[in-house]
Design a binder for this molecule. Structure first.
Ligand code: MG
Length: 374
């Protein structure tokens, strides 16, 4: 286990922030990253996460994760890691809470479908870039500037959530120091996200009757070990509570593996600039934890994500997205007048894409039904 504060030398100090696009007076008691966290929590796009699918569509159960509860789990895991390692917990929290606000309705299949619609116009849809557009333009609570005016590091962390990019690779992101790694706090989010969804999907998948314990034991070595331990420790324990024990053990092992792997990868790094200049990301699992994570992912794909019930639900929603997209292209007047005015400078396909991407699952289904899309 890493010692408390073992990576404190790589802590990104709030004083080093490149600041906001529009300068603002300092707050008397909240630092800039805490203010960013609060701005995210008060954003409309953040509240909409409650009605966006994570994996299971609403209606299946009222206690499965949605994108909001998933976000809270990511934040809880990431803050634990940041605080143990001595990193900046405020920056980590702001980034965790923002990490999924760009997701369109219906999870990854919704994103893939919007992307394929946009490719016809030579453009793309990407949830990380969409998140940037949300915080830069679509959220408008302030009188003096557009967007939430978040600090550079939070915006950078959002656009580099899942990957880095080279100079010139994505011209509209040139201001976000392409070619450089984001601070360690930002690098951690992607892996904390992975820990949160792999273990949560196992838990919810089991509740949905999609996870067979014998298959899970065979497919995920660590699952097998933990399950055997519970048999030994608590003979006669129900399968349901045993599974809970296993899920907790998996989270624990993955979080420890992330801290240990990251400490090791950071061995030669002396400060935050060294993190930025390093050729690769240094947030990483130990090989053992990486194996568990990969095995879990494969098992979940086969048992849960590709289960007939979820495949059917996905293809249903995806075809509705395509149909609504076409309908709005032909009848843009079906979008609210206020939205059309706000987005007037954008080409129509982008207006339609942004409009659909901002919808919750529920609002999408109501809109589709109203407009006769089935
Ligand atoms: Mg996520």
């Amino acid at each position: 286990m890493p010692a408390d504060g073992e990576l404190a030398r790589l802590h990104f100090p709030v004083e080093r922030s490149r600041g906001r696009r529009y300068p603002e007076l300092a707050h008397p008691y909240r630092n800039e990253f805490r203010r960013d966290r609060d701005r995210v929590v008060h954003a409309r796009a953040f509240r909409r996460l409650e009605n966006k699918t994570q994996v299971f569509t609403p209606g299946l159960s009222d206690h499965f994760r949605n994108r909001l509860t998933h976000t809270i789990e990511v934040s809880q895991i990431a803050r634990t890691v940041a605080s143990i390692l001595g990193l900046n917990e405020d920056l980590t929290e702001a980034l965790s809470l923002a990490h999924d606000i760009g997701h369109p309705p219906f999870g990854h299949s919704g994103e893939a479908e919007l992307d394929s619609m946009m490719r016809r116009f030579g453009e793309r849809f990407d949830h990380n870039l969409h998140a940037l557009r949300i915080i830069e333009s679509f959220e408008n609570p302030y009188p003096r500037f557009a967007g939430l005016n978040l600090t550079f590091e939070v915006r950078e962390g959002i656009v580099k959530h899942s990957r880095d990019f080279a100079p010139g690779e994505i011209p509209e992101l040139d201001e976000y120091v392409p070619g450089l790694r984001p601070p360690l706090e930002a690098q951690l989010i992607d892996l904390c996200d992975e820990i949160a969804y792999n273990t949560a999907d196992l838990d919810d998948g089991y509740s949905a009757g999609m996870v067979d314990i014998a298959e899970a034991r065979a497919a995920v070595d660590r699952f097998g070990e933990l399950y055997e331990t519970t048999e030994f420790q608590f003979p006669g324990l129900s399968e349901r509570v045993r599974l809970k024990e296993v899920v907790r053990g998996l989270i624990d092992g993955l979080v420890s593996g992330l801290m240990e792997g990251t400490v090791k990868a950071c061995a030669g790094l002396t400060d935050v600039d060294a993190v930025r200049l390093h050729p690769e990301r240094v947030a990483r699992f130990t090989p053992e934890a990486a194996k568990t994570s990969a095995q879990l992912k494969r098992f979940l794909r086969e048992s849960v994500y590709e289960s007939p019930a979820l495949v059917r639900a996905r293809s249903d929603s995806v075809s509705k997205i395509a149909a609504l997209f076409e309908l709005l292209l032909e009848h843009p007047d079906q979008m609210p007048a206020a939205y059309r005015e706000e987005s007037a400078g954008q080409p129509l396909h982008r207006q339609v894409c942004d409009y659909i991407a901002g919808m919750t699952d529920g609002f999408f289904l109501r809109t589709a039904a109203q407009l006769g899309v089935s």
